[in-house]
Design a protein around this ligand. Sequence first.
Ligand code: FE2
Length: 167
Amino acid sequence: MSKVSIIQKNNFLEDSFCDFFIDYINNSKNKTTHRDTNIIYCDRTAVLDEIIEFKVLLAKLTFFVKKYSVNTCINYSQIVEWPAKSLQAPHLDFNYHTHTSILYLNDDYEGGETLVGTKVIRPKKGKIVLFKGNKIKHQVLKIKSGKRYTNPTWYITPTRKEKINVN
Ligand SMILES: [Fe+2]
């Protein structure tokens, strides 16, 4: 990540997997509405962790991030539904999240671009974008119509001083 601060890759996830996760959140009983917005999300829970498609996704994400930062691993991953008119204001992620990825599960909506720094990322089904969300301000522009589905993932990179001491 030292040379390129925003990495984009098309066709990261097959369409059938993207559709699976959209169906999953639409039918899930484990979804929560975000406290500040009308965004709906499914957390990485024991239920989601047991689903083979999610295990495959986590493995693919781990393999992907390690190409750029070998000691980095997933801390948190969600499936999110963004209703029409929703948006996310410019912000930085928690400092301990060294990397952030956004995987677009669909693109049949208007608006909803991700702005990372000054770069506009256009959603495309199966595409992933990876960046340092704790360093580069980012936002989601308003979804004008339709529903936007994404898989955001936050990563940590343990450092030597954060290692757990085992006596
Ligand atoms: Fe963020």
